[in-house]
Design a protein around this ligand. Structure first.
Ligand code: GDP
Length: 182
């Protein structure tokens, strides 16, 4: 853990296949809120930590899609990700970013299972909603809920900002500022 930045803020991890729309979503989400963009040194250079207005941190996990990779690259990536996901105390949850046109596949399942094993929540952000009709968006959300068995699936568009506010509010309310149990 000495490779990861020292901080007191909660962290929201973001993973998605390349081209899923993860960077675009982070940009919209961060907006002017980003105070600092830092890259962890050494072994963990693949994780990017974005400080969100001194309130929480978004951790961008690039290079995802590991069921389809092999050899040393897979080993290094997997070790880093597993280290981070299993040992990072302030990790609040994982956002799996997926292109709305795609199905839930083994890469997504591996990460989701891994989080559940560590008792950490996973939500899904389905991107590029602007390309679909309202009806098709609703269908995609239902399809992914069924395939993933995850209840919290959000449709968003970084281009039109469709669904972005609701998604951000959900993360903030359920992971960052938890309401104490009555
Ligand atoms: P990443 O590889 O997951 O970080 O994906 P990017 O954010 O770089 O986006 C990949 C491609 O999808 C780019 O060409 C983006 O312009 C496009 N894209 C991302 N978000 C949206 C969206 O909400 N709507 C549409 N139509 N295209 C998007």
């Amino acid at each position: 853990m000495k490779d990861f930045p020292i901080s007191k803020f909660k962290e929201v991890a973001m993973a998605g296949r390349s081209n899923a729309g993860k960077s675009s979503l982070i940009n919209v989400w961060a907006n002017e809120k980003i105070a600092k963009v830092s890259q962890a040194p050494g072994k963990t250079r693949l994780l990017n930590f974005f400080n969100m207005n001194n309130s929480y941190i978004i951790v961008d996990m690039p290079g995802y899609g590991y069921a389809s990779r092999g050899g040393e690259e897979l080993k290094t990536w997997r070790k880093m990700v597993e280290n981070y996901l299993s040992q990072r105390e302030q990790l609040a949850g994982l956002v799996l970013v997926m292109d709305m046109a795609r199905d839930w596949e083994s890469d997504e399942e591996i990460l989701a299972q891994y989080m559940m094993k560590n008792d950490l929540p996973v939500i899904v952000a389905l991107t590029k909603a602007d390309k679909f009709s309202k009806n098709d968006i609703a269908k995609a959300v239902e399809r992914i809920k069924k395939q993933s068995r995850i209840d919290d699936v959000f449709a968003i568009s970084s281009q039109t900002r469709y669904g972005c506010e609701e998604f951000e509010e959900f993360v903030f309310r359920s992971w960052i500022k938890k309401v104490p149990a009555k």
